[in-house]
Design a protein around this ligand. Structure first.
Ligand code: IZC
Ligand code: ZN
Length: 415
């Protein structure tokens, strides 16, 4: 692997460290001017200001005075699914709520049908297109959940598709088992039976094949209660799966408090998170993983991000890419919404989509900042500073993505 020296960086902006940053540290970003980054064998070996080191063998890239940040980390996606849900647009326009569509057998359950009908190879091929698009938009690490199989073999199929992509695509992918995404049709009248299946068969099978690092639950009205979520997450923990939880997306039924109690690495959505939930997450050391594009898409309110920062809860932001509530994988739009709708500063937003996202998937020791020892993942932007990156809307401002020291150029120039 050839070495890479990125020079003539007008502004280099990066959070610092190997763990999530909350409170005042959320916005404590290091900014260098006239900077350079040296990547050797795919790993950053130097970052500095002024004259770059002499390294005759390294390939040089001139950033032309532009902004450079760490590669973006999208810590919450439902990457692997069959079909889409555009046919539900008519229902949305009639005002039918998300949970009502699910209760009628649509929503997640419609994607379950399409996912069950696809082979592992078909699922991986479809997701590969999404990964290509994510990389072109500046995302260099992502998380991917199962949760559209809802039986043992079908969930394993989704997770094996993730494994195949991890081995063949430049994107770093963290895998999450989310068999507790909905109650499958077969168990509509037998909740207890499905939770037994999750705890006694699915979680052990996922752990035995080492197919996931995390276990996630959709804790929501009509889906899984807080008590059921606790049982599933505690079982996952016994099998070495780190808990995550979809909490307070539509109704506050105790998910964020539970996140703190079970020591979840992250709690997701938190659109209607109560004060008690924020306090619980602060106590439990949980990262709040906020998904503003989903609020936009559902026409919902936006999570109380400023209250979370004030309480010292580290805030991450992710896309929530999925075929129902957020068919969007553009983290630049997420950054834009982070400023406009969460009232976070561009510096707080940067930490949310890099280091804190990495912490939400237990990868902050490897990615999420530009420092010696971290992976050579960065983006050269068609922007002169962070405020410009957060201010523009709807364009792809990527000029060049560097992933593990390899370069990927955006051929559609934003201006
Ligand atoms: O397919 O609707 N919220 N799960 C929980 C989702 C959204 C994904 C979906
Ligand atoms: Zn989700």
């Amino acid at each position: 692997m050839s070495d890479l020296l990125v020079v003539n960086i007008g502004t280099l902006a990066t959070p610092i460290g190997n763990c999530a940053r909350g409170g005042a540290d959320q916005g404590a970003v290091r900014v260098l001017h006239d900077a350079w980054v040296l990547i050797e064998n795919g790993v950053i070996t130097g970052v500095g200001e002024g004259a770059p080191p002499a390294h005759a063998a390294a390939r040089r890239i001139d950033a032309g005075g532009r902004l450079v940040t760490p590669g973006l980390v999208d810590a919450h996606t439902h990457l692997i699914f069959g079909g889409w849900r555009n046919h539900e647009m008519a229902l949305k326009l009639q005002g039918v709520p998300y949970l009502d569509i699910l209760a009628q057998g649509g929503g997640i359950l419609s994607t379950v049908e399409a996912t069950r009908a696809a082979t592992e190879e078909e699922l991986a091929a479809k997701a590969r297109l999404a990964l290509d698009e994510m990389l072109a938009l500046g995302t260099t690490t992502c998380e991917a959940k199962s949760g559209y199989g809802l039986d043992t073999q079908q969930e394993l199929k989704q997770l094996r598709a993730i494994r195949a992509l991890r081995e063949s695509h430049p994107m770093d992918i963290a895998a999450t088992f989310m068999g507790a995404h909905a109650l499958p049709r077969e168990y509509k009248e037998n909740r207890e039976g499905y939770i037994d299946l999750l705890c006694q068969e699915m979680i052990p099978a996922v752990a035995a094949e080492k197919l996931a690092a995390f276990c996630d639950v959709f804790c929501e009205t009509g889906v899984f209660t807080a008590a059921e979520s606790r049982r599933i997450l505690e079982t996952g923990k016994r099998y070495g799966l780190i808990p995550k939880i979809h909490a307070d997306e539509i109704d506050p039924i105790g998910g964020s408090q539970l996140a703190g109690e079970v020591g979840a690495i992250s709690a997701e959505h938190l659109i209607v998170c109560p004060h008690g939930g924020i306090a619980g997450m602060a106590k439990g050391g949980t990262v709040a993983c906020l998904l503003p594009a989903t609020s936009l898409y559902l026409g919902a309110t936006f999570a109380p991000a400023r209250d979370m920062v004030s309480a010292g809860v580290p805030v991450a932001m992710a896309s929530d890419f999925n075929p129902g509530s957020c068919p969007c994988l553009n983290m630049q739009l997420v950054m834009n919404l982070g400023c406009l709708r969460y009232r976070l500063t561009p510096e707080e937003v940067l930490t949310a989509v890099t280091l804190n996202g990495a912490a939400a998937i237990a990868m902050a020791d490897r990615v999420g900042s530009l420092e010696a020892g971290k992976q050579g993942d960065l983006v050269i932007w068609e922007a002169e500073d962070l405020s410009y990156l957060c201010y523009r809307m709807g364009s792809n401002l990527v000029r060049t993505v560097v992933k593990n020291g390899q370069t990927y150029s955006n051929t559609t120039r934003a201006h």
